[in-house]
Design a protein around this ligand. Structure first.
Ligand code: CA
Ligand code: CA
Ligand code: CA
Ligand code: CA
Length: 339
């Protein structure tokens, strides 16, 4: 990574000495490359374009970067890139977890307990304000959340990850050691608050596109719950400078037409300020992965890891990682042989 940054900074200085990205508000920063073409968002991270994107450490807040089996451990490989044509950020996340626990209800997002699950959260501040007062309800700061279906309820109509012998829910994904795609529930905290009655939460792919694949790493596993797993997130997000809340704009989130379109009219509302992605700008960001490991009476998140080591940055633009939009990748930086 350091070698890549040095090379990138050298290249930027030589090509355009006027570039002076302000990362003074950030706890750390990384240059992310522009992609020559976009990956297929399907949770399979073998797209050739990902191979040339360097990894970013995502092992903060108490997580061990080494494999330490046991409660509270995650091993993550994170890659982030951008694309000019789709004006989007792309995230690839590979997670190895000792215990899969998605036990907070339908789609794991029922009520307000979704943060206690194996949730991916991507915090973005398109203008990199560094402002502690810029929060998920301010419009400048957005938190995108991604959840998989639950691992415990055989009668859940959306059950996706129940058990090997589950007959009550024929649509459930049986336990398998092969990577298999599972549904993802998309949501934007503060701006587009979707609750249980408004599922499915598939936000228009022009703005948010995501997919996940999962496999059990122990062939002896009979249920997904508490199974040791490996899973991938593959996510595209079109970032905004400012998003006005859906309720402020009067959108009916329960309207079937809005649900069917992925709330497209909301995203197209001219009240929002679009962010034009271009080389040299800095976006405040904290990708973070929550980890629950113990299935009990009150399943709870064991820990959360991110790129900053700052807890609580989900609700503030203070202390984010600075993503500097770098030049297009043209040569192989690193091989990424996972799966
Ligand atoms: Ca893919
Ligand atoms: Ca864990
Ligand atoms: Ca979508
Ligand atoms: Ca876990």
């Amino acid at each position: 990574m350091k070698r890549f940054i040095r090379f990138t900074m050298l290249a930027l200085c030589m090509a355009a000495p006027a570039f002076a990205q302000d990362t003074s508000v950030n706890v750390n920063w990384y240059t992310i490359p522009e992609l020559p073409s976009v990956p297929i968002i399907d949770g399979d991270l073998s797209d050739p374009v990902w191979a040339n994107v360097p990894t970013i450490p995502m092992d903060k807040n108490g997580d061990s970067p080494a494999a330490v089996p046991g409660s509270g451990d995650l091993d993550i490989i994170l890659k982030i890139a951008w694309d000019d044509e789709t004006n989007a950020l792309y995230f690839a996340v590979n997670v190895i977890d000792d215990s899969l626990t998605l036990a907070q209800g339908l789609g794991s997002t029922a009520g307000t307990g979704g943060w206690n699950n194996e949730r991916l959260e991507v915090v973005l501040d398109g203008t990199n304000t560094g402002d502690a007062a810029s929060t998920t309800t301010s419009g400048f700061h957005q938190q995108y959340t991604f959840d998989m279906p639950n691992t415990w309820d055989p009668y859940d109509p959306a059950a996706g990850l129940y058990g090997l012998f589950n007959v009550e829910s024929p649509n459930a994904l049986k336990v398998t050691t092969q990577f298999t795609q599972v549904p993802v529930y998309e949501r934007v905290e503060g701006s587009l608050n979707l609750n249980n009655s408004h599922a499915p939460w598939n936000i228009a792919d022009e703005y948010i596109e995501s997919a996940a694949r999962i496999r059990a790493t122990n062939p002896a596993s009979r249920e997904w719950i508490e199974a040791p797993v490996e899973y991938n997130w593959e996510v595209k997000i079109v970032p905004f400078e400012f998003l006005v809340g859906a309720s402020t704009l009067g959108y009916d989130l329960a309207n079937p037409a809005n649900i069917a379109s992925g709330w497209k009219s909301y995203w197209e509302d001219p009240t929002h300020d679009k962010l034009d992605l271009k080389q040299g700008i800095v976006i405040g960001c904290s990708p973070q992965q929550n980890d629950a490991d113990i299935w009990g009476q009150t399943p709870a998140r064991e820990h959360q890891t991110n790129t900053t080591g700052v807890a609580g940055n989900w609700n503030s633009s203070e202390s984010l990682t600075g993503l500097i939009l770098g030049p297009r990748v043209s040569t192989s930086v690193a091989d990424w042989s996972i799966q």
